[in-house]
Ligand binder design. Structure first.
Ligand code: FES
Length: 120
């Protein structure tokens, strides 16, 4: 995570157990009117936008490969869940979000948009 970025943190669940993951280790939650795909891989929670940057495939219907990359169900482009890099090399970028597990629950960080930051 880049610490110089400003995030607004949204609670998505009281605990990991409250998130209902499908067999592929993925689920979707709505945060601030955005659908976010949440991945559970090797006890680590990761988050990305649910829409594939290539042609809008629903990432939550894809799968996580052995290396922890998310694979889009439509054309199988692969992305790192840690930094959004298109590891299969097509040149796209998947937006990812930081996830924090705190005593009060599971939180996801959404970066404040520029206009909002500018108005403050
Ligand atoms: S829509 Fe995801 S790879 Fe094409």
């Amino acid at each position: 995570m880049e610490h110089n970025k400003k995030y607004t943190w949204y609670k998505i669940a009281d605990s990991i157990a409250e998130l209902s993951f499908a067999e592929n280790g993925l689920t979707t939650v709505e945060v601030n009117n955005k659908n976010i795909c949440i991945a559970l891989h090797k006890n680590e929670l990761l988050a990305c936008t649910h829409k594939c940057p290539h042609a809008g495939g629903n990432m939550a219907d894809g799968y996580i490969d052995a290396l922890g990359n998310i694979v889009c169900p439509l054309h199988r482009y692969k992305f790192s869940l840690h930094n959004g890099r298109n590891v299969s090399g097509e040149g796209y970028y998947l937006k990812t979000f930081p996830v924090e597990i705190r005593n009060e629950g599971v939180f996801i960080g959404i970066q404040e948009n520029n206009l909002f930051g500018w108005l403050k």
